[in-house]
Every structure is written in structure tokens, then in C-alpha cells.
Write a new protein. Sequence first.
Length: 154
Amino acid sequence: MTIVPLPTLGRREAAAAALAAKHRLGVPWQKIAETLDRSLVWSTSAVLGQQPLDAEQARAVGRLLQLDDEVVDALQLPPVRGADMVDATEPVVYRLREVVQVYGSTLAELISEEFGDGIMSAIDFELSFERQEDPKGDRVRLVLDGKFLPYRVF
């Protein structure tokens, strides 16, 4: 039996190495998305370590970003998700938290009225991002698209 050693880098370190290479080479996220043949948001999330990359995808990112084999191997480790993956002091993240603080109960109430007792899935979920031109200042447009999951009575 052949024992294959685990990567010495973790998923977070691989994400940091990929991000550094992306910036060093000036590769836009859209180019990475095209390389992966996935959406802009999912591809960005995957390279940042929060979505799974299979061997073919990791190698494609590795070629594009000129990453070494150790980083490519680590990009294939299971994703790391959760609140500790996000810098809550980063201004965009802070403002999104503020949106949830201000509108979270409103959205919960509206979802309940429209769909019934349940939640919006963050697993069966899509997020789109776009720049919307506006004469008063360009706007950031985010669309959160999650499947409704009713609570089960048992």
C-alpha cells in the first residue's frame, strides 16, 4: 500500500498563496471564473477556500496563477467555511453585517408571510454581483437566491 502524504499547507494558506499570485500577476477574478467555467462569485469563493475544487480545477487555477504543486494540492482540501474565515472588521463585511442587523428580522418576516414557516437555504444558494451604473454614483447590486426550506413538523 502506498501512503500519500497530506499537503503541508492548509486550505487557508493555499488561498493566501493563490490570492498573492493573483495580485502579483494582475489576473482578474473574471479570468479565474472563465478558467473554472463557473460563476464569478463561486469561483472567487472557491479560490478563497470556501468552495471545493477538484483536481482538474485546482490544476487549472495553478497553471493560471503559476502556483507550485504544494499549493495546487492544498487547493483540493475540503473547504473551510464559517464566521472565522471572514474579517469582521473589513468595511464591506461590516456593512453586510449591518444590513442583516437592520433588515434581518424584516426579511425573516417577509419570507414567513410569503412562503410560510421556514428559511432561505445558504446551501442551495446562488449569489450574483454586478456593478450598476448610476448618474448619482455607481451602485453595488447583490442578488441572494436561496431555495426556501420549510420547517418540518414531526
